[in-house]
Design a protein around this ligand. Structure first.
Ligand SMILES: [Zn+2]
Ligand SMILES: [Zn+2]
Length: 388
């Protein structure tokens, strides 16, 4: 099959690789019909993430048709159309039973690597580093899906791929981030970053009852998309964000602040392989500018929600502000499995059509060029879907 493989910094190639096969009885193999490039793929593309290996297949947002199932798979069958969460979860461990799917204890075969950095390991993820399992991703013609009964959600025929493919990551991620804001009726939510996750966070905040959303970015087309979703916008570059937010909220500050920026491609994450991870513990590994500002701007007793991706240690983290203002801070990789059905229902009820975020449709063969376009935000690129 053809797949997009990682070879190093700014080097991805579409290559012929062996077709995936069933390994465990709970596996399924999916023929991919739609897959996407995500902001987290850029962290890999930029070469900042340790424990990548040459030839790794990228991609963690994908859906398709079931072509083969292992003997233990009961909920899906050959021919079903399914979406696949980017978080791989067993469905049976302590964490899965608490709906903390992205913290599953049983799906990262390389847990020891993550344990060195974090104490305990999160779940395995598709198309990420070996520290998070080294699972082949879905920017390919086929993919193997472990624990297929737990992960795959069957999609009704009448819903086209482009309306549901973002259930794999960015819609639940934006939604969980908004949910983590503990929004009450009439609240004002400030959101840093109008990339795809920020866009879904904006719309989710309104779905959850926010009265106002103030979105902060600097890229004009992203700000326009945020405004189309009902947000007021501020430009990072030409405004004093704190003063502006204070003015806009009658001097009190936003009720919740959401950081959908994360450590950014410019952040200097650990640039070495796993045996250097420990040494890196003495470095600041992220550039938490947006997060600092979010904590600073949040009203007393408010909530700071962090869906943005951070890798390691943060420098000059304003914990004093968080403590003295009595803030609640919520973070985490998305528990995608928890949100699949409720968000599918919202799509079916036409409360949201997630395809609004798509700006580019590209054949898998042209994915390397699409990475460049997306990375440099050329051609007003916000979200790329790939067709194998
Ligand atoms: Zn993603
Ligand atoms: Zn589990």
């Amino acid at each position: 099959m053809k797949a997009l493989c990682w070879y190093g910094k700014n080097d991805v190639r579409v290559e012929n690789v062996p077709d995936p096969k069933l390994i465990n009885p709970s596996d399924a193999v999916i023929k991919i019909t739609t897959t996407c490039i995500c902001g987290s793929d850029l962290h890999l593309y930029d070469g900042y993430i340790p424990t990548m290996e040459q030839g790794d297949i990228l991609g963690h947002e994908f859906m398709g048709e079931v072509v083969e199932t292992g003997s233990a798979v009961k909920n899906i069958k050959k021919g079903d159309r399914v979406v696949v969460p980017f978080t791989i979860a067993c469905g049976n461990c302590f964490f899965c039973k608490k709906q903390l799917w992205s913290l599953c204890d049983n799906t990262n075969p390389n847990a020891w690597m993550a344990e060195k950095l974090y104490g305990y390991s999160p779940s395995g993820l598709f198309g990420f580093s070996h520290m998070l399992g080294g699972y082949a991703g879905g920017q390919a013609e086929y993919a193997r899906v472990p624990f297929a009964d737990v992960g795959c959600l069957k999609i009704p025929d009448e819903l086209p791929d482009e309306k549901v493919v973002f259930l794999t990551d960015i819609f639940p991620t934006g939604y969980m981030a908004a949910e983590n804001c503990n929004i009450e009726k009439g609240d004002t939510v400030a959101i840093w970053g109008c990339g795809p996750v920020g866009q879904f966070a904006i719309r989710s905040a309104f779905l959850l009852g926010a009265e106002r959303v103030i979105a902060i970015d600097e890229v004009p087309e992203r700000m326009r998309m945020a405004e189309a979703g009902g947000a007021e916008t501020l430009n990072f570059d030409d405004e004093d964000i704190f003063d502006k937010l204070k003015d806009m909220t009658g001097g009190r500050g936003p009720d919740s602040c959401l950081d959908a920026v994360g450590h950014e491609a410019h952040g200097k994450t650990v640039d070495a392989i796993v045996d250097r991870v420990k040494a890196a513990l003495y470095l600041a590994t992220d550039r938490p500018h947006a997060l600092r500002q979010a904590i600073h701007a949040c009203r007393k007793g408010g909530t700071v929600s962090v869906p943005g991706v951070y890798g390691g240690l943060l420098d000059k983290f304003p914990f004093g502000a968080a403590m003295n203002k009595g803030l609640t801070i919520k973070a985490g990789q998305t528990h995608v499995q928890k949100y699949l059905r409720p968000l599918l229902e919202r799509i079916q009820k036409n409360e949201i059509d997630p395809s609004f975020v798509i700006t580019h449709r590209v054949n898998l063969a042209d994915a390397p060029a699409a990475y460049e376009t997306f990375k440099h935000k050329q051609d007003n690129c916000i979200k790329v879907v790939l067709k194998p």
